[in-house]
Design a protein around this ligand. Structure first.
Ligand code: SAM
Ligand code: SF4
Length: 329
């Protein structure tokens, strides 16, 4: 079992299976982002071995993320292999996706044992969607989301609140998600990586989002406290749960139960910190997983108490020098 120095039990692994993406969301990456050479990326067999080693060490939930996980070739092989463990050592296998390929893969995901997915959607306006994602096809994304819904996958929509961009769509999103029985979580933009524009201009505190929602809907705090970063409210009119991930206005680290691995086999113990552990060397050095397990234990003992994201309006903005597509949100 993996327990850190603050007695937090690590039972949740997020795996970025590729840094590549078919979108270039303005808050996530630069318009001309360069991706890693394919030779630096772990094979699917290596990712599978890493995941299985974490399962051996007590991880119960795995989320596949990226970049866009569904653009990775043969990715269903990984879902299918890990899916066989659900109901045994693994409690849940999930996915975070931009939905561009969901139309194609929804059934395979369901057949692998995936039951819930997170879909990132920041706008219901076709033109604005294009402006935010730079490359996304709105109709294809909606088709993908509906295919997932019809397959029986439970959907949570993740929306990054962006000042002056989608702040006039908050109520629309609440309403649309309510209609389709999708859960909805708003996220404050985090200062991850250089993006060619100022984070302070994008940043919209979720206190404002909540105020906007309250003007039209009656919401009450939901007592649900998961080990995740979101705090929830219940929206009475739409009978739906709305989450708020507020790294700036609320520190969410005290219950943190997760670690992340990148597609190059680096382990990050905290999304908002730079410390990392190399897992690729022990993975490749020996077929026996003991070296790998030792490296994981050692890294867990360095898991920091929390992140220290800050967005300040100043000339030289501070940011974590790593884009979100590397560690997968
Ligand atoms: N491509 C997939 C997607 O967009 O769902 C998975 C990877 S994406 C990096 C995971 C999540 O991170 C998405 O919900 C996205 O909106 C969020 N994200 C990316 N950059 C962010 C940032 N700088 N601040 C807050 N959230 C961010
Ligand atoms: Fe791609 Fe997801 Fe980043 Fe958008 S948020 S660019 S979809 S990795």
């Amino acid at each position: 079992m993996l327990i850190d120095l603050f007695q937090r039990k690590i039972s949740y692994l997020r795996v970025s299976v590729t840094d590549r993406c078919d979108f270039r969301c303005t808050y996530c990456m630069d318009g001309d982002m360069e991706f890693l050479p394919k030779k630096d990326v772990l094979s699917l067999e290596e990712l599978d071995r890493l995941c299985n080693t974490f399962i051996d060490l007590g991880v119960k939930k795995i989320r596949i993320t990226g970049g866009e996980p569904l653009v990775r070739k043969n990715i269903m092989q990984l879902f299918s292999n890990l899916g066989k463990k659900i109901g045994h050592e693994l409690e849940e296998l999930t996915l975070t996706t931009n939905a561009s390929q969901l139309d194609r893969y929804a059934i395979n995901l369901f057949n692998s044992g995936v039951r819930r997915i997170n879909v990132s959607l920041d706008s219901l306006d076709k033109n604005k969607f294009k402006r935010i994602t730079r490359a996304g096809d709105f109709d294809k994304v909606i088709k993908g989301i509906m295919a997932a819904k019809n397959t029986g996958l439970k959907i949570k929509i993740n929306t990054v609140a962006l000042r002056g961009i989608n702040d006039n769509e908050i109520l629309n999103l609440v309403n649309w998600c309510g209609e389709h029985k999708f859960a909805l979580t708003f996220i404050e933009v985090m200062p991850m990586g250089e993006i060619g524009e100022k984070r302070a201009d994008q940043y919209m505190p979720l206190t404002e989002v909540k105020d906007l929602i309250q003007k039209k809907y009656s919401i009450t705090d939901d007592p649900l406290r998961t080990a995740g970063p979101a705090r929830y409210v219940h929206c009475h009119e739409t009978n739906q749960k709305i989450g708020f991930i507020t790294p700036h206005t609320h520190n969410f680290c005290e219950l943190c139960n997760r670690v992340r691995i990148t597609c190059t086999g680096e382990m990050y113990m905290c999304l908002g910190q730079q410390d990392k552990a190399d897992l690729i060397t022990p993975l490749r050095k020996s077929k026996n997983n003991q070296l790998l397990k030792d490296a994981i234990y050692k890294a867990i003992s360095r898991k920091p108490k929390g992140h220290d994201f800050v967005i300040k309006r100043e000339e030289n903005e501070q940011f974590v020098p790593r884009h979100m597509n590397i560690t997968g949100g």
